[in-house]
Design a protein around this ligand. Structure first.
Ligand code: FES
Length: 56
C-alpha cells in the first residue's frame, strides 16, 4: 500500500528500512524521502515505524 503518494513509497519499503536499521522518522525520511514534500504521510510513516520496531 502506498503511504507516501508524493514519493511513491510503500509500507513495505518503510518496514524494510526499519529492519535494515532505521529507528526514527527522521532516518526513514532521509532514506526514502517520506514527508519531504507535502508532509501528509509523516504520521502514517511514524506509526508503521513504531509498529515495526515493536515487532522486532
Ligand atoms: Fe509523503 Fe506528500 S505524501 S510527502
Amino acid at each position: 500500500m502506498y503511504v507516501c503518494l508524493c514519493r511513491g513509497v510503500t509500507d513495505t519499503q518503510i518496514r524494510e528500512a526499519v529492519v535494515d536499521g532505521a529507528s526514527s522518522l527522521r532516518e526513514v525520511n532521509s532514506i526514502l524521502g517520506t514527508a519531504s514534500q507535502c508532509g501528509k504521510c509523516g504520521i502514517a510513516t511514524r506509526d508503521i515505524i513504531n509498529q515495526t520496531l515493536a515487532a522486532l
